[in-house]
Design a protein around this ligand. Structure first.
Ligand code: AMP
Length: 456
């Protein structure tokens, strides 16, 4: 299939060609015709699948026809959970819409009101927003949604996880009911289905094989760590690997991210932290430095896990495992992008065993354990799931702080599938309208409750 076959406006096709895309990705192939036909849609697609173009291209197509709606409000509204993701959606809109005369902008928390008020002082085509700040504008009356034609909820599950449910409902209650609504989500858990039921009108459902299918190019490894200082030893060893060109290291807390970045910098590595306590300008600057190659090691909290699109990330290191299994998938998806291979290394201590088991259930396979000579763990990880313990060949209490540069050895972990849920390569999407209500049963077996006061 080619992009021409969608019958998109020539200006849009030209922009896509200029991006070097020749073939639509599976989510694009499935979604674009459905959206162009005017349907509501709920789609499971992870970042890295080309999902942004899957909704931006038909949105742009809509904008080729002049608005007849009242006022100056946005014709297309994209809600995203994070400022980073909003930035990427905005970039995509500008990139694919560059042959069109558009007024677009973002409405994000942590950014000056002045620029946002200027943006909405004249008719605007596309607004990409985080829910909190947009609602703020709606309540002040500085933005109205009377003219809205298409509402896109990007990473809807993440917005729910971050406690935006109420804000989203308030925003949607101010939008015209005749709008078209698209919902993109990484997981089809119950809360997402409930939200879809409230906000979408008889949607079509497109479900790409989530989990590992898009991560076929990523080698995943696990290192058992005895404690924090052991994790730091492992990290010090790994970052000395010359094949590591650029890495994102994920820590559980903002404080740890700062501290690790400081320690790595002190050790002579170009490193920086990225987390939600930094203002947007500082965050953008850090991402830009990473893109330019001025930073080799980015120590981030999950705020960077979704949406961050930096090419050439060779390694993702989970210094701490994520509490929520789907974040693991998003984190490792920062590497192995655009056909490149990548390595995802996770550290697990005994206190994180629960998280590991959730992740393995979610991705449908066991992460293979590896030991590094001289840095093997002293403790044994007792995996209920029948996984092998972290027995280390040749390790002893005396060699913990041994030589960096030792070759990693695979010690255990079969990496074998946990039954039918593991379908690497099973990327064939299923499209269908649910017979009962808007959506079918959840497809994810495991899903934990998130704390809305997510600390990123
Ligand atoms: P997304 O899943 O939207 O974050 O997109 C992931 C990456 O894929 C982005 O860097 C896009 O520029 C790129 N991309 C999107 N569509 C295509 C396509 N049809 N062919 C090649 N690359 C694409």
């Amino acid at each position: 299939m080619t992009f021409e076959e969608f019958n998109l406006n020539p200006a849009i096709v030209k922009a896509i060609t200029a991006c070097g895309y020749t073939v639509p990705t599976p989510i694009q192939e499935q979604s674009i015709p459905v959206v162009m036909a005017g349907n509501d849609l709920i789609a499971t697609a992870q970042t890295g699948t080309g999902k942004t173009a899957a909704f931006i291209l038909p949105a742009l197509e809509r904008l080729t026809v002049p608005s007849t709606g009242p006022g100056k409000g946005p014709r297309i509204l994209v809600l995203t959970p994070t400022r980073e993701l909003a930035g990427q959606v905005m970039d995509a809109a500008c990139k694919y819409g560059r042959g069109m005369k558009l007024r677009c902008g973002s409405i994000l928390g942590g950014m000056p009101y002045r620029d946002q008020l200027r943006l909405v002082s004249a008719p605007v085509d596309i607004i990409v927003a985080t829910p909190g700040r947009l609602l703020d504008h709606l309540e002040r009356g500085s933005i109205r949604l009377d003219r809205l034609e298409m509402l896109i909820l990007d990473e809807a599950d993440r917005m729910l996880d971050m406690g935006f449910s109420e804000d989203m409902e308030k925003i949607v209650s101010r939008a015209p009911s005749a709008r078209q609504t698209l919902m993109f989500t990484a997981t089809m858990e119950k809360s997402v289905l409930v939200l879809a039921e409230k906000m979408l009108n008889n949607p079509l459902r497109i479900e790409l094989a989530v989990r590992t299918s898009s991560h076929a190019l990523i080698e995943q490894r696990l290192h058992v760590a005895d404690n924090l200082s052991h994790k730091k030893d492992l990290l010090r060893h790994l970052v000395n690997d010359t094949s590591l060109t650029r890495a994102i290291i994920f820590s559980a807390t903002k404080r740890d991210a700062d501290e690790l970045a400081r320690e790595l910098s002190r050790a002579g590595h170009p490193a920086a932290a990225l987390h939600g306590d930094m203002n947007q300008i500082a965050r953008n600057k850090t991402i830009e430095r990473m893109r330019r190659g001025a930073i080799r090691l980015l120590v981030a909290t999950d705020v960077a896990a979704r949406g961050l699109d930096v090419n050439g990330i060779t390694h993702v290191i989970n210094f701490d495992l994520p509490r929520f299994a789907e974040d693991y998938v998003h984190r490792i998806g920062r590497t192995g992008r655009a056909g490149a291979t990548g390595i995802a290394i996770s550290f697990v201590s005994s206190s994180e065993l629960n998280y590991l088991e959730r992740i393995e259930r979610f991705i449908g396979k066991k992460l293979p354990e590896q030991n590094i000579e001289g840095l093997a763990p002293l403790s044994v990880l007792r995996r209920v799931s029948g996984g092998n313990g972290a027995r280390r060949p040749g390790s002893s209490a005396g060699n913990r702080f041994g030589k960096p540069g030792g070759k990693p050895k695979t010690s255990s972990g079969s990496g074998k599938s946990w039954g039918s849920s593991a379908k690497p390569g099973a990327a064939k999407p299923a499209v269908g309208r649910s017979s009962r209500g808007p959506v079918n049963q959840p497809v994810v077996e495991y899903r934990s409750r998130r704390n809305p006061s997510n600390s990123i």
